[in-house]
Ligand binder design. Structure first.
Ligand code: A2P
Length: 353
């Protein structure tokens, strides 16, 4: 359990500084780099930015708004004067340092899975459950990337027609396993094309021209891996539907940075694909890509670099003879909406009165 002293509630409701000091923990990682870019592109009103990573990166420089900032090694003194700390250096670092940051007066937006299921730690997708942030005690969790990308379309559908059941199959990019996995995909693909052998060191299986069951730890008893179990638990928590039946298969595919998900949604009543399309066309954070004539639907290549989740292939699920199920296909940038962008949107909400 997270051991935070219970603060006066008002103390953490908002970040008081109009132009806060922001720190990025894991600034040199795949998500960290995107956090820097999102803060800059969205004009986040910060007064200064502190870049933190392992001692290996201390002294390196990264560019923010045209200025070179020096990366510092993370330690217990890193958070003095910091108002908002964006963590993206893995669960171990979050468990070790998030409470240190909170004690120093920062609000933590944590991209790891360390606190996502902790009571008192809101798990937030701004388009879905921004109101849940009101009760935070200094740490707000950024959800699993698949849970974010799936709930952006599921939530507006749930608001209009109650969802009875969800079935999902994922096509997950290398970026979810970090910068080193992205590099392994590049290097192993180049080696394959040269006709050379390549021994994987980051992921457990050959990645070039291959796909495999997600590399998260397998629960031998249930046959589900940790990624699948996270997506189920977090999707339920974000939408506040604790008993929603969700079936899922998570697969790692040789794509660099955007995840795709085939979703089948069973509703309580009959819902037409046109109705679903109209709801999703109006919903925040989504862009319809649904051109049957041109056979043009969401693709990782078009989702990469985009803040919106792409959604299309909206059709009746012929596997459900009752006509209550609709199938869709979504693609979202794992590093942006699935991680950095969602975290920065949460930080923006912290500044709102
Ligand atoms: P570094 O680049 O110095 O290793 P990714 O998810 O792409 O693998 O990135 C992980 C991020 O977490 C990197 O910025 C990495 O920094 C950072 N990190 C890893 N270990 C530590 C540590 N012990 N202390 C601080 N940051 C760390």
């Amino acid at each position: 359990m997270l051991n935070l002293q219970e603060p006066a509630e008002a103390q953490f409701r908002h970040v008081e500084a109009a132009a806060p000091v922001v720190a990025i923990v894991g600034a040199t990682g795949a998500v960290g780099v995107e956090l820097l870019r999102c803060l800059e592109e969205r004009g986040f009103p910060l007064s200064s930015l502190r870049l933190l990573a392992s001692p290996r990166s201390a002294g390196k420089t990264m560019t923010f708004k045209g200025q070179a900032l020096t990366v510092e090694a993370l330690d217990d003194d890193s958070f003095a004067g910091v108002d908002i700390a964006l963590f993206s250096a893995g669960s171990g670092i979050s468990r070790r340092y998030a409470a240190v940051a909170v004690q120093a007066g920062a609000v933590v937006v944590d991209n790891s899975s360390a606190f996502r299921m902790e009571p008192g730690v809101p798990l937030v997708v701004p388009e879905v459950n921004a109101a849940s942030m009101a009760g935070h005690r200094g740490i707000i969790a950024n959800p699993n990337c698949v849970a974010v990308i799936a709930t952006v379309p599921l939530w507006p559908l749930q608001q209009r027609h109650r969802i009875r059941r969800v079935s999902a199959a994922t096509y997950q990019a290398a970026s979810g396993a970090g910068a080193a996995a992205m590099e392994e995909l590049r290097l192993s693909t180049a080696a394959y094309l040269r006709g050379e052998d390549y021994t994987p060191t980051v992921l457990p299986h050959p990645y070039a021209f291959n796909l495999f069951s997600h590399n998260a730890e397998m629960d031998a008893e249930s046959g589900y891996n940790g990624e699948e179990l996270k997506v189920i638990a977090e999707t339920r928590r974000i939408m506040d539907l604790p008993a929603l039946p969700i079936g899922i298969t998570c697969i790692r595919v040789p794509v660099l940075r955007a995840h795709a998900i085939a979703l089948t949604v069973e509703f309580e009543e009959k819902v037409s694909p046109d109705d679903v399309r109209a709801i999703l066309a109006e919903a925040p954070g989504l862009r319809l890509v649904d051109d049957r004539v041109a056979n043009h639907f969401p693709m990782p290549s078009e989702a990469s670099g985009q803040g919106d989740v792409l959604v299309g292939r909206i059709r009746t699920d012929l596997g459900d003879p009752t006509g209550r199920s609709v199938a869709l296909f979504v693609a979202g940038d794992q590093l942006l909406k699935g991680a950095a962008l969602n975290a920065v949107q949460i930080a923006e909400l912290l500044l709102k009165r």
